[in-house]
Design a protein around this ligand. Structure first.
Ligand code: PLP
Length: 476
């Protein structure tokens, strides 16, 4: 038998060694590399312009060529001084696990396709339930992120509500059937709205209750529930993306339990769920174990590479019906404990659980408690610095890992503060020592810093402080 060129093992070795060298240089350089790369769109277009080459090249040359051409646009977001959005980095064990997942190339959709992948995913879900204090008997699945985890939770909620109303939403659709009300707050995450749109529940169907300070007004939630007869979906935030605020989950669970028509409580805990990993911070998510579904991200605070998320659902049957699959060629293996494709929107999927397994195994429960507490301490250090700075004001308390603030110098007219905040964000992003992103809070431009990278040290927070101070000096 002739061996096709692509099966030549030395080609694997040379290509992977090239990727290894580039990766290691990048990772070792993360602590000192400028955080932001701000190429113009034209520069990026030119870097990657060109028709599909007629002839090929050695795999290692393709890898090296891509890196050389695209490097100007690689953002050091897994590094210790990237505080934008809510990104997180990747632990060494997670990166190694993720590489291995590519090399062994398992299809994690079915037990039969990869018993190793299917069982590893169950093991990871069990470990995560332990880490977060969620009931062991809940079902769940890994997803590409919190958006898809919200999809898994809310599709299960839609299924539950539809069945209570006498129809099967995934089989019959929603058309002609009673509307399923959704209660949340003005601070509902954009991804949950997007999911409600995708699920046909409607992104505008949400009753956005007031959330003074970022957390739902319980008085308004009670009244809204009282005004509804049938089943209701309630979406709560454990960690609101702008202010970092938490809804009072225990109290929401009380109100849901009292609703005669039944209420499904979904918690978006994209990053806030990780408070549960620390005995010191767990109080922020008290009552989460009383929810019906919980969504979170792996690529944020679990510090595993993109993309990774996970959803947990109390009602196994609702989850299974929401994603039921009927295809004669996809016969389950006899006795298989599960087929992930009946728990998620996709069929074939990446073996995401491997990176998470390696990272959880390497760090252990203690390691994750330590990561979460160090990040929370970094956030507190920065929030204290903001509070003590006469040119800055915190726009909300920083209970966990998000610090939201505004530049408010007394000598500049208030009407100019929004513009000033936007210019300060741009100056920080251009500077390259640290990276933050802007937002809008209560109608005004503000600045956010998120702390969820396992490598960030108090010294890095000091660099952030100097970068903010210098950006204010250069813009006022
Ligand atoms: C509270 C919350 N929910 C959902 C998401 C969406 O997560 P992802 O982009 O990983 O899908 C985010 C992202 O920042 C978030 O902060």
């Amino acid at each position: 038998m002739t061996i096709p060129p692509h099966a030549n093992t030395s080609q694997y070795r040379r290509a992977l060694e090239q990727a290894f060298d580039l990766s290691l240089d990048y990772l070792e350089g993360l602590p000192i590399r400028p955080v932001s790369r701000m190429p113009t769109t034209g520069e990026m277009e030119n870097a990657l312009a060109g028709a599909l080459p007629e002839t090929g090249c050695a795999p290692e040359d393709a890898v090296a060529e891509w890196f050389a051409r695209a490097e100007g646009g690689i953002v050091a977001s897994p590094g210790p001084r990237f505080f934008g959005f809510v990104n997180g980095g990747s632990t060494p064990a997670a990166i190694a696990g993720d590489w291995l997942a590519s090399a062994i190339d398992q299809n994690a959709g079915m037990w039969l396709a990869s018993p190793a992948a299917a069982q590893t995913e169950l093991a990871v879900l069990d470990w995560l339930k332990e880490l977060f204090g969620l009931p062991a008997e809940w079902s769940g699945a890994m997803t590409s992120g919190a958006t898809m985890a919200n999809m898994v939770g809310l599709a299960s909620a839609r299924q539950w509500a539809g069945e209570r109303l006498g129809f099967d939403p995934s089989r019959d659709g929603l058309s002609g059937n009673p509307r399923i009300p959704v209660l949340s707050t003005t601070e509902i995450h954009a991804s949950a709205r997007k999911v409600l749109g995708t699920l046909g529940l409607g992104s505008s169907t949400v009753t956005a209750l007031p959330a003074p300070g970022g957390s739902v007004s319980l008085h308004d939630l009670r009244s809204a529930l009282e005004s509804l007869d049938g089943p209701v979906i309630v979406i709560a935030n454990a960690g609101e993306v702008n202010s970092g605020a938490f809804d009072a989950l225990d109290r929401i669970a009380d109100l849901c339990a009292m609703h005669p028509g039944g209420a499904w409580m979904h918690v978006d805990g994209a990053f806030g769920l990780f408070a549960a990993a620390s005995p010191r911070l767990r109080h922020l998510v008290n009552g989460i174990e009383r929810a019906d579904s919980v969504a979170a991200d792996g690529h944020k605070w679990l510090n595993v590479p993109y993309d990774s998320g996970f959803a947990f659902v109390r009602d196994r049957a609702a989850l299974r019906s929401a994603f039921a699959v009927d295809a004669s060629y996809l016969t389950p293996a006899p006795g298989a404990p599960w087929d992930p494709l009946t728990h998620v929107p996709e069929m074939s999927r990446r073996f995401r659980a491997l990176a998470a397994w390696c990272s959880l195994r390497a760090a252990g429960r203690d390691g994750y408690r330590d990561i979460v507490e160090r990040c929370a301490d970094n956030a507190s250090q920065f929030a204290a610095w903001v509070s003590a700075n006469p040119n800055l004001s915190l726009v909300a308390p920083a209970p966990l890992n998000i610090v939201c603030f505004r530049v408010t110098p007394a000598h500049i007219d208030e009407s100019k503060h929004d513009d000033l905040n936007r210019r300060v964000v741009a100056a920080i992003q251009r500077d390259g020592r640290a990276f933050v992103t802007g937002t809008f809070w209560r109608g005004h431009a503000a600045i956010r810093a998120a702390f969820d990278n396992w490598m960030t040290s108090p010294e890095d927070v000091g660099v952030l402080e100097s970068t903010v101070a210098d950006a204010i000096l250069s813009t006022t």
